[in-house]
Design a protein around this ligand. Structure first.
Ligand code: ATP
Ligand code: MG
Length: 346
């Protein structure tokens, strides 16, 4: 068995492996957790179906791997309409977007991922498209050029972004529904682990599922990845059932600790605690010290550490939360001792 790289667990870019060989919810009932959001969306979906109208445009915020793309797909399925998926970085020119929009059927869902990354002129096409179901296109060149209005079928735009602050106000206000996905509870993640274990035909004991849930950084994509690694371990160790022992063994070599923190989280906290005496420190400096890029720190590492109360953000930079300082000192001391022990044993 090849040793999986613990860092891959934190690289939350969607991998091919995430979709292959994994259970992907396609209905509300299979989409576990996010109950409050689901309740609201179910009502809107039902109302739209009764009125035979397209759903209002929907904007989904949230860190990577929490289920934005999946929820968009579920919405289309529940609305019983077609689903088109694209991503802002591939829409380079206004013509690309006009081509997509004019091919939409009535009430279909268009999903635009990373919607904060649309070029300004492309974004402006969306304004009239969303509000009036029409686009203005320029025909011809020079003095003879004229603008004509092209009607579109009424459609639903679902936009997703991990960056709250980066969406322009004119775009954001054109979404009738705005929802923010939050990190999942341990129990919700345990249910997702069970759902996937079922799908893979691997029996799992409830305590093992809960242990996975506790260590998955509140993120479905991570719980699914860890489960796949656990499955590898179970297979090699010839365990027919995934129990606590197999899970702990796998988590140990994936280097995920009791708080669900992995190597990058710990490097980040260690840099902040030791090199900046608890902070404040700027994100660029922390990026240089941990060898991670700024985006990964801001989109993946920090939201979880903030949510768990390990760090606080202020205009002066990032700081260790005062109430966690003692606990983190102990954790890092323990880790340093373990490392020294390893060296000694070698
Ligand atoms: N509520 C859920 N219940 C069960 N599985 C889920 C749920 N949410 C997400 N997943 C699973 O977790 C994985 C990640 O979800 P998804 O790709 O939708 O996240 P995302 O928010 O779009 O991430 P990104 O920001 O990277 O695009 C998928 O494999 C999906 O099947
Ligand atoms: Mg996505």
């Amino acid at each position: 068995m090849t040793m999986p790289n613990p860092f891959e667990i934190l690289n939350l870019q969607e991998a091919v492996e995430d979709r292959a060989l994994s259970f992907d919810p396609s209905l509300f009932d299979q989409y576990l957790g996010q109950e409050a959001i689901k309740e609201k969306l179910k009502v809107y979906v039902q109302a739209c179906k009764m009125r035979e109208e397209p759903l209002d445009h929907l904007l989904l915020f949230g860190p990577p791997g929490l289920g934005k793309t999946t929820l968009a797909r579920v919405m289309a399925k529940e609305l019983d309409v077609g689903f088109r998926i694209t991503s802002a970085p591939v829409i380079e020119r206004t013509g690309d977007l006009v081509a997509i929009l004019s091919s939409m059927q009535a009430r279909e869902v268009l999903f635009i991922d990373e919607i904060h990354r649309l070029p300004k002129n492309v974004e402006e096409i969306l304004y009239t498209a969303m509000e009036q179901f029409a686009v203005d296109v320029i025909i011809g060149q020079g003095a003879g050029a004229k603008s004509i209005r092209l009607p579109l079928q009424p459609f639903t735009l679902i936009g997703a972004t991990t960056k709250t602050g980066m969406l322009s106000a004119p775009l954001q206000t054109r979404f009738g529904i705005v929802e923010r996905l939050d990190f999942y509870t341990h129990d919700e993640l345990a249910s997702i682990a069970m759902q996937n274990a079922d799908f893979l035909g691997m029996p799992i004991v409830p305590e093992a599922a809960l242990e996975l849930g506790r260590r998955a950084r509140g993120t479905p994509r991570i719980v699914k990845r860890i489960l796949r690694r656990v499955r590898d371990v179970a297979q090699v160790k010839k365990h027919k059932i995934i129990d606590l022992e197999v899970v702990r063994y796998a988590l140990n070599f994936l280097d995920i600790d009791d708080d669900g923190l992995n190597k990058i989280d710990r490097l980040y906290l260690k840099a902040l605690l030791h090199d900046f005496d608890g902070g404040p420190a700027g994100v660029e400096t922390l990026a240089a010290m941990t060898g991670e890029d700024r985006d990964t720190l801001e989109d993946v590492v920090e939201p979880f550490l903030l949510r768990q109360g390990f760090i606080i953000k202020s205009p002066r930079g990032r700081q260790i939360a005062p109430k966690k300082i003692i606990m983190l000192r102990r954790k890092i001391l323990h880790e340093n001792l373990a490392e020294q022990q390893d060296l000694f044993n070698e």
